[in-house]
Design a protein around this ligand. Structure first.
Ligand SMILES: Cc1cc2nc3c(=O)[nH]c(=O)nc-3n(C[C@H](O)[C@H](O)[C@H](O)COP(=O)(O)OP(=O)(O)OC[C@H]3O[C@@H](n4cnc5c(N)ncnc54)[C@H](O)[C@@H]3O)c2cc1C
Length: 493
C-alpha cells in the first residue's frame, strides 16, 4: 500500500480531556493543529441510539468494544467494530481504555473531584505546586469541562431515591459527604425524566456512552471550541502506529481504518511539534514501542513505571427499598478523609442494574491514595505493552481494608444494612501513570532527550490522583503543561 506523506505544524495524538485541551490552546495561539484519533465520532442522534447499552435486546453489540469480539464488561460475543472501550488483560488488572473522539469523556461517570491539599501533595510530592494547581489549573479545568452538582428538583425525584437514602445513612454515621460536581447537562436529564429524551443517565445506562446527550463529553465542549477556531482538524479512525525522530522533529506513522478495522490508507506525517495525549495506555504503548524499535532509544528507564489503580468497587444492601437501578451517573461524594484508620477513602454512588429487587442497595466506586506499584513492560512477541499490578500486595489490599472500614461504620449506624462486596477493582478505567511528569518528561511535559516531543495526558500522573477519580486532575495537569509548551511551540515555528 502506498504511503501518503504530509506535514503539520503540530500533531496531537488522542482527543480525550488532555488532547482536546492541547488542541484548543495551540489553536488559540495561532498554531494549525492536526488531531489524530483512533476511534470514530459518536454524534448523539435524535433517536437516542448512538451508543449500545446493557439494555439493548440481546445485550450490547460491537459498539461496546474496540476491535475485539470480547469485553470484560459483557459475556456476549460481539461483532468486531471500532467500539468505545479497549481492554488490555494484564497481570492482576484488566485495564479498560476509551476509543473515540472525546476519549473517556464519552462514557465516564462524569464525576469531577479535586483532592485535598494533603492528598494532592502525597500524590505529586514536589513535582507540582498545590497552590498553583488549586489557584489556577483546577478552576480552569472545571471551567473548560463545565460541571455542577445535581440540582434540587432532580435530586428530589424518584429516580434519585438511592442517592437520598445514602445521604441519610451517611448523616447517621457521621461520615462527611457533599453533592459531587458532574460534567452533565441537567436540562437534558430533566428531559430524560420528562420522557422527551431517551432515558440514559436516569436509567444508569452510561457504560458505553450516553444516548440522551446529557454527557458533557469533550467532543461537544472543549474540542468543539477548538474546531470552531478553524485551526484544528480532527481525523477520526486514524490509528497512530509508530513515532520516530526526523530532521528537527518527528514523523508520525498512522493508518486510516474503516469501522471494522480494515486499513484503508497508510500515512507518514512530519511535524516539529508532536503532542501525545493518547491516555495512560495509548501514550505509554507508543513510547515503549518506539524505544524497543530503536526509534527513541534514549527514553528514560522510568518509562512504564509509577502506574496506579485506585478503584475499589463496593455494594451494601439490607436497607429499605431505594430504587437502586436508577439515578445516574452519580450524586454523592463521600469524603472519609480524616477518620479512617487505614487510608483516606472517597466513595461515589452509582446505579446498579442487577440490584436485587424488594430491598435497598447502594453501589459505590471507591478511591484511595493508590500506591504507584504498577508498571508496563514491552513484550516483543506481542509488540505490545503488558501491565502488572500487584493486586495481593499489602499496600494494595490496604485500600480494600480502608473502604471496608468506612462501610462497617455505615452498617453499624444503619442497623439491618450489610456489605455485599468490597473489592479492589480488577477491571479498571482509572489507571494513571507510565510517563511520570518530572522524570520521563520535564515539568512542561517535554520528553527528556527528544526536542519537540511532549506528553500531556493521564500517563503523566505518578500512579495516583490523590484518593479521588482522576479526570479533573488529568485535565488540570494538561492545562498546566500545555500552558508551558505552547510558547515553545510558537517559538519553534
Ligand atoms: C469507563 C470509564 C469511566 C471513568 N469514569 C471516571 C469518572 O467518573 N471520573 C473520573 O475522574 N475519571 C473517570 N475515568 C477516568 C478518566 O476518564 C481518565 O483518567 C481520563 O479520561 C484520561 O484522559 P486522557 O485525555 O489522558 O485520555 P483518554 O480520555 O483515555 O483519551 C485518550 C484518547 O487517545 C486515543 N488513542 C489512544 N491510542 C491512540 C493511537 N495509537 N492513535 C490515535 N489515538 C489514540 C484514544 O482512542 C482516546 O480517545 C473513567 C475512565 C473510564 C475508562
Amino acid at each position: 500500500m502506498e504511503v501518503q506523506q504530509h506535514q503539520a505544524d503540530a500533531v496531537v495524538v488522542g482527543s480525550g480531556y488532555a488532547g482536546s485541551i492541547a488542541a484548543l490552546r495551540l489553536a488559540e495561539a495561532g498554531v494549525d493543529t492536526l488531531v489524530l484519533e483512533r476511534g470514530r465520532r459518536w454524534p448523539v442522534s435524535e433517536r437516542g441510539d448512538t451508543f449500545t447499552t446493557q439494555a439493548d435486546p440481546g445485550g450490547p453489540d460491537g459498539r461496546a468494544s474496540w476491535l475485539s469480539p470480547s469485553s470484560p464488561l459483557t459475556d456476549k460475543t460481539l461483532d468486531v467494530y471500532t467500539g468505545v472501550l479497549e481492554s488490555l488483560d494484564g497481570d492482576g488488572l484488566t485495564m479498560i481504555a476509551a476509543a473515540g473522539v472525546g476519549g473517556a469523556s464519552l462514557l465516564s461517570n462524569a464525576t469531577m473531584v479535586e483532592p485535598s491539599a494533603e492528598l494532592f501533595r502525597q500524590a505529586f510530592g514536589d513535582v507540582l505546586d498545590h497552590e498553583e494547581m488549586t489557584g489556577t489549573w483546577y478552576p480552569q479545568a472545571r471551567e473548560l469541562i463545565g460541571c455542577s452538582p445535581i440540582p434540587k428538583d432532580v435530586y428530589d425525584s424518584d429516580f434519585y431515591a438511592a442517592a437520598r437514602s445514602f445521604a441519610d445513612q451517611l448523616t447517621r454515621a457521621g461520615i462527611p459527604y457533599e453533592l459531587v460536581d458532574l460534567a452533565v447537562d441537567w436540562d437534558v436529564i430533566r428531559a430524560e425524566m420528562a420522557g422527551t429524551r431517551v432515558a440514559a443517565e436516569i436509567a444508569g445506562l452510561n457504560l458505553f456512552g450516553v444516548n440522551s446527550g446529557a454527557q458533557r463529553s469533550v467532543d461537544r465542549t472543549i474540542l468543539a471550541r477548538a474546531e470552531a477556531t478553524g485551526r484544528v482538524e480532527v481525523r477520526p479512525l486514524s490509528v497512530v502506529t509508530a513515532i520516530r525522530p526526523a530532521g528537527n522533529g518527528h514523523v508520525v506513522e498512522y493508518d486510516t481504518i474503516d469501522e471494522r478495522g480494515t486499513v484503508l490508507a497508510r500515512h507518514h506525517i512530519a511535524t516539529g511539534n508532536l503532542v501525545l495525549a493518547a491516555g495512560t495506555l495509548g501514550t505509554t504503548r507508543l513510547l515503549m514501542r518506539a524505544k524497543a524499535a530503536g526509534a527513541l532509544p534514549d527514553l528514560p528507564d522510568a518509562l512504564g513505571t509509577k502506574v496506579g489503580n485506585s478503584e475499589v468497587i463496593t455494594a451494601r444492601t439490607g436497607m429499605p427499598e431505594n430504587n437502586p437501578t436508577q439515578g445516574g451517573p452519580s450524586s454523592i461524594l463521600v469524603k472519609d478523609w480524616q477518620d479512617n484508620p487505614y487510608a483516606p477513602v472517597t466513595l461515589l454512588n452509582f446505579p446498579w442494574p442487577d440490584a436485587p429487587s424488594g430491598q435497598g442497595w447502594i453501589t459505590t466506586i471507591g478511591a484511595c491514595p493508590s500506591p504507584a506499584l504498577g508498571s508496563f513492560r514491552y513484550d516483543s512477541a506481542k509488540d505490545d505493552v503488558v501491565l502488572s499490578w500487584p493486586v495481593d500486595d499489602p499496600r494494595v489490599t490496604r485500600m480494600a481494608s480502608a473502604v471496608q472500614d468506612t462501610l462497617e461504620r455505615l452498617n453499624t449506624a444503619n442497623p439491618g444494612s450489610r456489605t455485599a462486596f468490597a473489592k479492589v477493582g480488577t477491571t479498571g478505567g482509572n489507571v494513571v501513570g507510565g510517563v511520570p511528569l518530572g522524570i520521563v518528561t520535564d515539568d512542561r511535559g517535554a520528553v527528556r532527550g527528544y526536542r519537540g516531543l511532549y506528553v500531556v495526558d493521564s500517563s503523566l500522573l505518578h500512579g495516583s490522583s490523590g484518593s479521588v477519580p482522576p479526570a479533573l486532575t488529568v485535565a488540570a495537569v494538561a492545562a498546566r503543561v500545555v500552558s508551558r509548551l505552547v510558547p515553545a511551540v510558537v517559538r519553534a515555528r
